[in-house]
Ligand binder design. Structure first.
Ligand code: C5P
Length: 220
């Protein structure tokens, strides 16, 4: 346990992609590496927080010194966040799949030789950020979401903050040429009730440290 401004505080961090089953061997997912969420969990730990790290199948390893709660689907991630409550803050950095497969098969799907292709039906996944933001009794004092935008970043992230009901949105520009996806650097704007604070381009670890110290300030 580290000594720091977040001693005695509990923070939930979601990270990584989710995987939504098509059948017992196949799934749909996305390219999230979990790098930014992992860095945030480590930075919060370094400031002394107890961290519940709810992670989908990420390509980077979870940090040491946090409670790792591995999940696969969005439904499991929502349930894991609920089970980890109460918390002082929640940081939703996961790339949750918007849809799951409504007609997922219980057995491996087979080619039947007829030439007919399977048809996947989709159903909406729970929006974990919106759900946790709207909790009445157990809402964390500070709820932070992310927004990956390609255009009008501040405008879109500001309306996302209102729609989802979270306190802050960490917005980043992921348009082609920024190198944010899969890269080690990020250019973010922190959107809060006070407006938009554009941070200079920096490493994802530095983004995590700066965000963690802002969280510590907000919980003081
Ligand atoms: O709506 P959009 O996916 O752009 O919102 C991104 C933010 O919402 C991220 O903080 C992400 O972790 C969160 N989110 C969520 N559950 C979903 C979809 C997004 O928690 N089903």
């Amino acid at each position: 346990i580290k000594v720091g401004p977040l001693n005695g505080r509990h923070v939930i961090v979601t990270s990584g992609p989710t995987q939504e089953a098509i059948d017992p061997v196949r799934y749909i997912s996305n390219r999230s590496s979990g790098a930014q969420g992992t860095a945030i969990a480590a930075a919060l730990r370094d400031l002394g927080a107890r961290v519940s790290f709810v992670t989908g199948p990420a390509s980077v390893s979870p940090p040491d010194g946090v409670d790792v709660i591995p999940v696969e689907t969005a439904d499991e991630m929502r349930d894991a966040v609920e089970a980890a409550l109460p918390a002082d803050a929640a940081v939703m950095a996961a790339a949750v799949a918007d849809w799951k497969i409504a007609n997922a098969a219980g057995k491996k799907m087979k080619k039947d030789g007829s030439g007919r292709m399977p048809v996947l039906e989709f159903a909406e996944n729970p929006d974990i950020l919106a759900w946790v933001s709207k909790l009445r009794k157990r809402r964390p004092k500070l709820v932070v979401g992310f927004a990956a935008e390609t255009d009008n970043v501040v405008e879109h992230a500001t309306s996302k903050r209102q729609r989802k009901g979270c306190d802050w949105i960490v917005a980043n520009d992921v348009s082609p040429g920024t190198g944010t996806f899969g890269g080690s650097e990020n250019t973010v704007t922190l959107i809060s009730a006070d407006g938009a604070d554009a941070w200079p381009r920096m490493g994802k670890d530095e983004v995590a440290q700066k965000l963690a110290s802002r969280i510590a300030e907000a919980l003081k």
